[in-house]
Design a protein around this ligand. Structure first.
Ligand code: PMV
Length: 351
């Protein structure tokens, strides 16, 4: 399972301007969902997942070592981060510092173009960009697999945003030592020849979610009688999905993605107390997706930890799908994404 990705994504320190690096990463949307952890500390998932990285909503993050500073300084979209948002970044920097055997604090500046915390995968692009920029600034030499593992520790789904287009995140070994488990859980690219998809995103509500995905996963795994059956069926979904991607069969990809997502939401609805991210506006959009299919347009929906709907369709149908979905909505906005690039470092402006 240990596929090698020889490309060194993070160059050695001397290639970076003395302890400073800027990285860009895009969000991804899972077609086979990650839902449920088996190890919270190491962010090890209970199921394999598979996603498409988008070409919209990039996060750009600059990490600069600050020998004079006493603490890390974190700015998100121009505002000094506090509380949990700051703690997550500092905890992640601590991981990087431990790997790099360096103690220096850092200044982190992150610009996110996606609404934060609305189930639009802002943590995926955020931690993929932070992982790459921090690794480079602290002088770690990491290949794509190692970078994916590192990004996973910030937010599970970030492990997939290291790669462009389609990526599969291995849940990894369920037995063995913590180190073995950690090493076995990373994402890798999945080819999808012949697929020319678009993802139409219906943002029915861009506000932050009431329950974090972390808490919702925990509650689902601990209390939902539907969780184990879904996790088992997800294995079959993944197998079928790989075949569908191989064949470039968009209708099959969409059908599998839709059933996997609805199943995931069913697990949450059965949690005690229930976690319900789907809003009335979500169901209205789902109805419009059904209508598109009745009209002969292959369009399939997936939803994450929020009420927004992402509709997978052929690129050539994207405009019609976007128009139909938009006309079903009374508020919000509709965007269209295509498969996007993996995380990358930006050239430094001054050398
Ligand atoms: O990586 P997190 O903690 O934001 O969890 C993401 C979970 C889902 O978006 C609901 C599913 C997925 O696989 O991305």
């Amino acid at each position: 399972m240990h596929a090698d990705h020889p490309t060194t994504l993070v160059p050695p320190l001397e290639d970076n301007l003395a302890g400073r690096a800027t990285a860009v990463a895009h969000p991804n949307i899972a077609l086979i969902k990650y839902w449920g952890k088996r190890d919270e500390q190491l962010v090890l998932p209970r199921v394999d997942s598979l996603s498409m990285t988008l070409d919209i909503f990039p996060t750009t993050t600059c990490v600069r070592l600050a020998p004079q500073a006493e603490h890390d300084q974190v700015t998100l979209n121009g505002e000094v981060a506090r509380g949990q948002a700051r703690e997550r970044v500092v905890a992640f920097l601590d991981l990087v510092r431990a790997q790099a055997r360096k103690k220096l604090p850092a200044v982190v500046d992150s610009e996110n173009t996606v609404p934060t915390g609305a189930g639009l995968a802002s943590s995926a692009s955020g931690f993929a960009a932070l992982a790459l920029a921090a690794a480079a600034a602290y002088g770690l030499t990491l290949d794509a697999t190692a970078l994916s593992r590192l990004a996973r520790r910030g937010s599970g789904s970030a492990s997939r945003s290291v790669f462009g287009s389609f990526a599969l995140w291995h849940a990894g070994l369920a037995t063995g030592t913590a180190t073995e488990a950690d090493l076995s859980s990373y994402a890798e690219p999945v080819p999808a020849p012949g697929l020319d998809p678009a993802l139409v995103i219906a943002v029915v509500d861009a506000g932050p979610k009431a329950v974090s995905s972390r808490e919702a996963m925990r509650r689902t795994v601990d209390t939902s009688p539907l969780y184990e059956p879904w996790a088992r069926s997800s294995k079959d979904d993944l197998k079928d999905m790989r075949t569908a991607l191989d064949r470039g069969d968009l209708a099959a990809v969409g059908e599998i993605a839709e059933r996997n997502a609805l199943g995931m939401h069913a697990t949450m609805l059965a949690a005690r107390p229930a976690v319900r991210y789907l809003a009335p506006a979500t169901l209205t959009v789902l109805d419009s997706v059904l209508q598109l299919r009745r009209d002969g347009i292959p369009a399939y929906a997936t939803m994450d930890a929020g009420p927004n709907v992402k509709v997978l369709c052929r690129r050539t149908d994207a405009r019609q799908v976007a128009d139909t979905v938009r006309s079903a909505m009374t508020a919000g906005s509709v965007l269209t994404a295509r498969p996007g690039p993996g995380a990358r470092l930006l050239p430094q402006d001054t050398r």
